[in-house]
Design a protein around this ligand. Structure first.
Ligand code: PMP
Length: 398
């Protein structure tokens, strides 16, 4: 939208505000709201998995039994029983996570913002995977991070690449070990161990952002880096992919010294995450509901992923490659180098098919011939139709 004819166009904005940009993904999503568009673009969980009835019952109980507390201001750290539940869930196989490490956040996106706020100064080096989550780049960019890309391969981030020259002066390393957004990759067990070991001695935190860890199709998740070095890893978790993203409920597990600073930063941001939401979610999860719910989500997403992979095999011409995710919501594809997926998207939208071009996920040196396909919200028959249309457009450009 052009704002040049608005009455307040002369108001002086901060340098920071002038540097803010909209997420390419959100701009694209606007187009894909049209029902005729087959969208592989959004990172939206499937609404078929939202436990609406459970949430309604839990909301009724909370508002009946504790209306005063549920509708009142509450502690910045979060609702104590929910924090205890999170600490207990991560305390297994000899690992002990303390409730005092847990901070409830307004989505894990807020966790990224708070980490940026307390760790990054203008120009501070921030280590990120190549490529990485666009929302993390957006969050850290507000604090004027200077990105350093860490090399990756099909097994995720390469720990051996973390040389003193590369990590010099870094304030944090941002990593997603499970079914990474955007590539769907998973960090191997050996690499988790190596990175956890690195975190023990590095002069900056390793941030493990893990919203997709539970969505492991085989139901055999690899251990978190948090479990390997509980006092050295900063772990971000979320209820968005296992319950519903509209709740805006996430958490950070961090050593107490950092936790304390994050609490101060959050106080300044929003005082606390909604009391009502925290209590409702606690009601829903406290008796083991996620252990019934997660296998259902895994099964649905595994089937959807299979449908996407077989459509890709059926339709894509030679020269197009993609990975086979073991969990999560995304497939990452590479086209012949001369095809710019940003331009391809324009043609694709005309054919009512959407995806996310890979370029914006790179902190620099974008690989413009890559793209992300989300497979969880489109029914299999439409997946096939969408992939066929996309393949036809690619074939025209070979
Ligand atoms: N981290 C990653 C890697 C994500 O993909 C997302 C959501 N797309 C988030 C964080 C933010 O999730 P939320 O704020 O809903 O918890």
């Amino acid at each position: 939208m052009d704002h040049s004819d608005l009455p307040h166009k002369d108001w002086q904005l901060s340098e920071r505000a002038r540097k803010l940009t909209s997420s390419a993904i959100r701009e694209i999503l606007k187009v894909t709201e049209r029902p005729e568009v087959i969208s592989f673009a959004g990172g939206l969980p499937s609404p078929a998995t939202f436990p609406a009835e459970r949430m309604r019952e839990a909301a009724d109980r909370v508002l009946r039994d504790a209306p005063g507390a549920a509708l009142q201001y509450s502690a910045t750290e979060g609702y104590l029983p929910l924090r205890e539940w999170i600490a207990a869930r991560y305390s297994k196989d000899g690992v002990q996570i303390r409730t005092s490490q847990v901070l409830i956040t307004t989505g894990s996106q807020q966790a990224l913002d708070l980490l940026g706020k307390v760790l990054i100064d203008a120009g501070s080096p921030v280590l990120v995977e190549t490529p990485t989550y666009l929302g993390a780049l957006q969050a850290f960019s507000v604090y004027e991070a200077s990105y350093v890309q860490v090399p990756t391969d099909d097994n995720g981030l390469i720990p051996e690449a973390l040389s003193p020259a590369l990590t010099q002066g870094a304030r944090l390393l941002y990593a997603q070990p499970n079914f990474q957004n955007p590539t769907g990759r998973r960090l191997s067990l050996e690499r988790r161990r190596a990175l956890a070991e690195f975190a023990r001695t590095s002069p900056f935190p390793v941030v493990e952002d893990d919203p997709y860890g539970a969505l492991d199709y085989a139901g055999t998740p690899l251990p978190t880096m948090l479990s390997m070095a509980p006092d050295h890893i900063v772990h971000c978790g979320s209820f968005s992919k296992v319950l519903a993203p509209g709740l805006r409920l996430g958490y950070i597990i961090a050593p107490e010294e950092l936790h304390f600073k994050l609490v101060q930063a959050k106080q300044a941001t929003d005082l606390h995450t909604p009391s009502l939401t925290q209590r409702i979610v606690y009601e829903v999860v406290k008796d083991g509901f996620l252990d019934e719910q997660i296998p259902k989500i895994r099964e649905l997403y595994r089937d959807q992923c299979e449908a996407m992979l077989s459509s890709l095999e059926r339709h894509m011409p030679e020269g197009v490659t993609w990975n086979r995710p073991e969990g999560g919501m995304f497939v990452w594809a590479s086209l012949p180098k001369h095809i710019d997926t940003m331009k391809l998207l324009e043609a694709s939208i005309e054919q009512n098919v959407a995806f996310v071009p890979g370029g914006p996920f790179f902190a620099d040196e974008a690989e413009a011939h890559t793209l992300r396909l989300s497979f969880v919200t489109v029914p299999p028959a439409r997946i096939d139709e969408g992939v066929a249309r996309l393949a036809a457009l690619i074939r025209e450009r070979l």
